[in-house]
Write a protein that binds this ligand. Structure first.
Ligand SMILES: [Zn+2]
Length: 232
């Protein structure tokens, strides 16, 4: 579950613990609170407010850390598509395209294009890949779970893989999922669908995940071991 405190999203995990713990995690300075099961959301929000100065300092520290350098999208660089690595071979032409062939990603761009223009073309290419997979996998998981999603969107995000509005039954999926294995996308789809019935990451939530996806913990740890980077 997520609370917004002073404009900052705070991820809440309720557990069988005695005290509240607050974390600001790398790489993006994501704010997380672990709280005992009995503590109300209001009490958690009040707790976070008392720490807001410290949180902002931590987030700023992460922001100032060097990120992965921006790519040029030239031959020799690599990109990931559905968990597989491809070596970019840049060719020049009038029409942008990206074609996967063996372990090569043949990127055709205008010779004078900037890194930012190539980046934006590739981002939209990932979006098409992701949309096609969502159209294949979401109906499958809706059928299995019996939960219907009213609408979904792909979104470029740097701090989370997916998010949802449970009341509106709407899901947002991170564009960067097209770089990971299809299982990662399936895990995030199931995770967000489960939030339609349980908003917290509590024991009930985990039991629901276990019911539908036996391997979800493994997939989650793979996903969390990889940074959600800004220009991967
Ligand atoms: Zn969640």
């Amino acid at each position: 579950m997520e609370l917004i405190v002073s404009g900052i999203p705070v991820e809440i995990y309720k557990k069988r613990i005695k005290n509240m713990h607050l974390y600001v995690k790398p790489p993006d300075g994501k704010v997380t609170v672990s709280a005992p099961l009995a503590v109300s959301d209001e009490a958690i929000a009040r707790f976070v407010v008392t720490k807001i100065g410290w949180i902002k300092i931590q987030i700023r520290r992460f922001d100032e850390q060097p990120r992965q350098s921006m790519r040029e999208y030239v031959s020799g660089e690599t990109i990931y598509v559905w968990g597989r690595q491809y070596y970019i071979r840049t060719e020049y032409g009038n029409k942008n395209s990206l074609v996967l062939s063996g372990d090569k990603a043949i990127l055709t761009v205008r010779r004078e294009s900037t890194a930012a223009q190539r980046e934006s073309f590739i981002r939209e290419w990932y979006r098409r890949q992701l949309k096609a997979e969502i159209e294949r996998l979401l109906p499958k998981w809706e059928r299995i779970t019996g939960l219907q999603c009213a609408s979904w969107q792909t979104k470029y995000m740097t701090t989370r893989w997916g998010t949802c509005n449970a009341a509106a039954r709407k899901i947002w999926l991170n564009l960067q999922l097209a770089k990971k294995t299809p299982e990662c996308l399936e895990y995030i789809i199931v995770h967000e669908l489960m939030h339609f019935i349980e908003q917290c990451h509590n024991e009930r939530f985990m039991a629901l995940m276990d019911t539908y996806m036996a391997m979800w913990r493994e997939v989650k740890s793979t996903l969390n071991g990889q940074t959600l980077d800004y220009m991967e």
